[in-house]
Write a protein that binds this ligand. Structure first.
Ligand code: HEM
Length: 401
């Protein structure tokens, strides 16, 4: 079988060449995880990825499906102070998943999110006002990061002044070094911070999402304290790191495709299809979270044995030529565009309406504010996060006028 190394950091600037080769030569490919030494199956064809994301034979709750010995080995790997953060909806199956998701779903419907539009636009405008007179900016630090963090912090009711600390905690908790003291410490600080925020809101309730979740916890069987902590953690992480990457990767993709940037400027009505295309073309989430095979499953004529891990590669699926004509071309008017940047099935991104709105507001505000936007460094000098799960650049230095 063909050999690939998806963990090799040389693929970070352009993982598409690797995924194209995997999709063509070995669309159901078995690799060995570098940290755990466990077999991991990568799916790179669109149809296989969608099927896997919707397949109830693949899931999260290993206790209910796998042998005691395997569960014990897995738990040993996960043991540690960060374990409670994993008890969130993204890492559980129904019925727990259904219960946890239902508790927050109403806050994230397209209708509820549409009400936030004026506030998100005002936050974007304020951030750009702060840049007045500057001819050089770092789009990530100055705009792409603070915008979604401010939005999700305000929704939850967490002070925005703490955003620099969040960024460091999220960075270290998500990207390690895995198992390092540094990661454990950052995780413990983050947990202590969230516990304090929960306690202070318990004594002084407000009209925010944190208070709503605390009320659900106090109703007993709906949400226990660990689940509450894990939920707030998930919303904070999912609520900003991904959208930071949509704005950062999306702006970079437009700068590398100046004709498409010019079309978007000339025809603002293309923004809706433009955002979908940026999600497809240079998606913020490289691969879906892993699933366990609860029984032997057949994908593309290959049997994935029970107890092994499956990872659908979203970036690869979104450039599958069977579904997207001329997939490596950015086309801001592409329609239809059935990308799976937000996943599919029961874990389909809860925040998709919010992310779409933030993306559209961010790109419109940037184009309105600056007549000229250019990369201030060669593309090859850009530093990508060392993370094949969340795909994003660390800084995006721009010359603006
Ligand atoms: C462009 C930005 C975003 C992208 C590309 C994105 C992508 C995704 C993907 C691919 C999944 C499914 C992962 C899997 O099945 O393994 C997911 C799940 C999730 N996302 Fe997002 N996301 C974005 C923004 C957000 C925002 C703003 C929030 C809101 C707070 C959010 C909250 C969530 C939650 C709670 C889940 C878990 C849903 C569940 O398990 O039922 N995401 N997201």
């Amino acid at each position: 079988m063909a050999s690939f190394d998806p963990w090799d950091r040389t693929h970070l600037p352009d993982p598409h060449a690797l995924y194209r080769a995997m999709r063509t030569d070995a669309p159901v490919w078995r690799g060995i995880g570098p940290v755990t030494g466990r077999p991991i199956w990568f799916l790179t064809r669109y149809d296989d990825c969608v099927a896997a994301l919707r397949d109830s034979r693949l899931g999260k709750d290993l206790e209910r499906h796998l042998d005691a010995e395997q569960v014990a080995a897995e738990r040993a790997l996960e043991a540690g102070p960060l374990e409670p953060l994993g008890r969130n909806m993204l890492f559980v199956d129904p019925p727990d998943h259904t219960r946890l998701r239902r508790l927050v779903a109403k806050e994230f419907t397209p209708r509820a999110i549409a009400d936030l539009e004026p506030r998100i636009a005002a936050i974007a405008a304020d951030l750009l006002d702060d840049l007045a007179g500057r001819t050089q900016i770092d789009l990530v630090a100055d705009f792409a990061h603070p915008l979604p963090v401010t939005v999700i912090s305000e929704m939850l009711g967490i002070p925005i002044e703490d955003r620099v600390r969040f960024r460091r905690w999220v960075d270290v908790v998500l990207r390690g070094p895995v198992g390092s003291d540094q990661q454990t410490l950052a995780g413990m600080e983050f947990i202590a911070y969230l516990n304090d925020a929960i306690e202070s809101r318990r004594s002084a309730p407000r009209n925010d999402l944190l208070t709503a979740l605390i009320n659900a916890e106090e109703e007993g069987d709906r949400l226990d304290h660990t689940e509450l902590l894990a939920m707030v953690f998930l919303l904070l992480v999912a609520g900003h790191e991904t959208t930071v990457n949509l704005i950062g990767n999306g702006t970079l993709a437009l700068l590398r495709n100046p004709d498409e940037l010019a079309r978007l400027r000339a025809e603002p009505s293309l923004m809706a299809t433009g955002v979908e295309e940026l999600l497809r073309y240079e998606g913020p989430v490289g691969v879906a979270t892993s699933r366990w095979a609860f029984e032997d499953v057949d994908y593309g004529g290959v049997t994935i044995p029970r107890g092994e891990i499956v990872i659908p590669v979203l970036l690869a699926a979104n450039r599958d030529p069977e579904v997207f004509p001329d997939p490596d071309r950015l086309d801001v008017s592409r329609d239809p565009n059935r990308h799976i940047a937000f996943g599919s099935g029961i874990h389909l991104c809860l925040g998709a309406p919010l992310a779409r709105l933030e993306g559209a507001i961010a790109f419109s505000a940037l184009l309105d504010r600056f007549e000229q936007i250019e990369l201030a460094v060669p593309v090859g000098d850009l530093e990508w996060n060392e993370d094949f799960f969340l795909r994003g650049i660390r800084t995006l230095p721009l010359d603006v006028a």
